[in-house]
Design a protein around this ligand. Structure first.
Ligand code: 5U1
Length: 667
């Protein structure tokens, strides 16, 4: 009897899986929805009668699990990358040319073209063909564990078809909300006076990040897959096209719009075709993606920061609408730069309502011929900051007002300097201007600089407005009473802030240099300065010529650095900071580089760099890169599809580093 039941369950599940596959992957259903529902109910009933035989990958197990308190974190063994954007034909041709230049011997490249869905990226992890977990992209290195939610997506296979799949297989794709579902969801929300989602992408993200997966289940999300992550036990095909076909054969939905083409001109034809089809597609897309088909070439091309050189997203033209400029305000930045910001009549564009747009500088206002009162075209592409494209002169009212750069700073009323030939005008008061002071203190406290937790913008504004803090050094003289007396500041928070200030005193030289806010000195330059000079004293004494021997430092940056340290007031502030107890560990100068004496071995394919790039980076820090593993090897750096070197490292007990650990060497 029990054997009979198990057979029935197996047969019903098999049938439902097959119909799912035909419906979601092949787009060729052979039974009606009613017939599918009847089979589903039959299975449900049998499982209710025999709960001991319910399996986690049964088609009935997609209704949601017990609500979570919070999402756990999942580390991506291979980082989840983003794509560079191309906004014009020229951008696309330049992308292709960069590839040809790098590959040298090849005259044209075959690409796979795919629609770019406006959803959110996820990664699905399968072991022995069973879905084990699923995570969001997060910051590319760590995502949220959304397994229970992803299990409710009908087109995500809970187990894979056939037996040809690798033992461990990570598949990446885009979760999206079909347009119809989105409309239905908002219609219901409106009726119930609930939150309306601005676009299908936000709706998909909001639905996938529900702690109660029953809610996700009710939202009918879908997925298209386009890449693999970790693969173990069997290799995947070595072209993007064959890889997508393999994914399809394992049961993953792959967009039916994908196309293999032989050159970049065909990519552009694909773009036109998909753009014309865009409105008829059942999901939102914001462009198309071109990927080099041959994965050996992909590996040769590698990555720049977090985006592959072998792929690009060719975006559709941004949405444009018109609105009215109600006013222009001039904001003062950390270095005194005066930025005009347009206050707009609120307008809905590209999925959000906007009421401000930066105009960058006064020259741009002149060039675009913009007056207060003008009707202007506003453009917003994807998540890019909105921009004012142009004014419509025919609509200019009699009362329109010409915009002039103010002569005096709107905050401190000091003189504004606009040097001929320079785009940026600046308030000349330096740190005597409260606006610049506030921005300088915010920069000093920021995460990558002194990392003073709890010192938010509003608190800084109050410190400066109440005249408690004039320079960054004054922060370390604040008393508990002064802090606790601020508006809306509880004693506990005041205490926490004092502790955070104390904690920040232990820092590093690169952080301190960044925190000083020297013009044009960002994180990378601060690191190079610290490595080159080793201590602050040597840096303060450096000439422009000395500084220009550093690869990142050109004449302009060198001038800014020398000017900064020639200013008595700045030296006084630095002395006060050091007297307050700010300190750092002695840094090793470039002559004794951070990894000197160490030996690394690379194996497998890294996502962030080609082999050559990785080698260059390691050597730049003073280490050697060896071809084979021995007991003397410091560590083996392991990418995807690692081979015998990994085994050898294990047998010798040599440290094994994954890509994430490797990237930390450069932090
Ligand atoms: N169609 C498609 N969308 N998309 C997004 N392909 C694709 N590839 C991506 C992303 C982020 O990343 C690759 C680098 C795997």
């Amino acid at each position: 009897m029990s054997h009979d039941i198990q057979q029935q369950l197996k047969s019903l599940r098999g049938k439902l899986h097959e119909h799912n596959y035909r419906y979601y992957v092949l787009d060729e259903p052979v039974i009606s929805d009613a017939e599918y529902d009847a089979l589903f109910r039959k299975l449900q009933k049998l499982e209710i009668d025999h709960p001991e035989y319910v399996t986690p990958d049964s088609p009935t197990q997609r209704v949601g699990a017990a609500p979570l308190k919070e999402f756990a974190e999942i580390q991506h063994e291979i980082p989840m990358l983003s794509l560079d954007n191309a906004f014009s034909v020229e951008d696309v041709l330049a992308f292709n040319q960069r590839i040809l230049d790098r590959l040298k011997t090849i005259s044209s490249v075959a690409y796979v073209c795919e629609p770019k869905l406006d959803g959110l990226a996820v990664t699905l992890h399968y072991e022995k063909g069973i879905l084990k977990n699923a995570a969001t992209r997060g910051d590319g290195y760590t995502g949220e564990d959304v397994t229970e939610n992803v299990r409710t997506i009908a087109s995500v296979p809970l187990h894979l078809r056939g037996s040809d799949y690798p033992e461990v297989l990570e598949v990446r794709g885009e979760v999206y909300m079909p347009k119809k579902e989105f409309e239905l969801l908002n219609k219901r929300a409106k009726e119930k006076n609930e939150k309306i989602f601005v676009n299908p992408r936000n709706a998909a993200a909001g639905s996938l990040r529900q702690l109660d997966s029953h809610i996700t289940a009710s939202r009918h999300l879908a997925i298209y897959c386009y890449a693999t992550g970790v693969v173990k036990g069997k290799s995947m095909p070595d072209t993007q096209w064959e890889m997508l076909l393999a994914l399809k054969s394992f049961g993953f939905p792959v967009s039916p719009e994908i196309k293999l083409v032989t050159n970049i001109d065909a990519c552009l034809r694909y773009y036109d075709k998909i753009m014309h089809k865009r409105d008829t597609l059942p999901y939102e897309i914001d462009g198309v993606v071109y990927k080099v088909n041959d994965m050996h070439l992909q590996n040769k091309l590698g990555f720049v920061s977090r985006a592959p050189r072998w792929a690009v997203a060719h975006k559709f033209p941004a949405e444009e609408v018109s609105t009215i400029i109600e006013d222009i305000e001039f904001q003062v930045g950390r270095t005194g730069a005066i930025t005009p910001v347009a206050r707009l009549q609120p307008v809905f564009v590209g999925g959000v309502t906007i009421s401000n747009a930066t105009l960058h500088n006064i020259d741009e206002i002149e060039r675009k011929d913009i007056y207060i009162g003008d009707t202007v075209i506003v453009r917003r592409a994807g998540d890019v900051i909105p921009e004012i494209v142009s004014s419509i002169k025919e609509k200019r009212p009699q009362t329109a007002k010409k915009i002039k750069l103010p002569k005096h700073c709107p905050v401190c009323h000091s003189h504004i300097e606009h040097i001929e030939g320079e785009a940026i005008a600046r308030c000349t008061a330096g740190l005597f201007c409260p606006a610049q002071r506030k921005e300088a203190i915010k920069h000093f406290a920021s995460r990558r600089a002194m990392d003073i937790e709890g010192l938010g913008d509003k608190i800084v504004d109050q410190f400066v407005d109440e005249k408690l803090v004039a320079t960054i050094a004054d922060l370390y003289e604040l008393t508990l009473e002064q802090i606790a007396n601020l508006e809306r500041m509880a004693e506990k928070s005041a205490n926490n802030l004092l502790q955070a200030l104390e904690k920040s005193k232990k820092t590093t030289l690169p952080r301190f240099l960044l925190a000083l806010g020297i013009r044009e000195v960002g994180e990378a330059t601060a690191k190079q300065l610290a490595l080159h000079f080793g201590d602050l004293k040597a840096l303060t004494a450096a000439t422009e010529e000395d500084l220009q021997t550093i690869s990142d430092v050109g004449p302009v940056v060198a001038k800014h650095i020398v000017a900064f340290f020639s200013e008595k007031k700045n030296i006084h502030v630095i002395e006060k900071l050091l007297a307050a107890g700010i300190h750092w560990e002695k840094i090793k100068k470039s002559a004794s580089l951070p990894l000197s004496g160490k030996t690394y071995v690379l194996t497998g394919t890294l996502q962030s760099f080609t082999r050559d790039e990785a080698k260059e980076k390691i050597e730049a820090l003073g280490a050697k890169v060896a071809g084979s593993v021995s007991a003397k090897t410091t560590a083996v750096i392991v990418g995807a599809d690692a081979g015998s070197k990994l085994e050898k490292a294990k047998s010798l007990g040599v440290t094994i580093m994954n890509e994430k650990d490797f990237l930390k060497l450069f932090v």
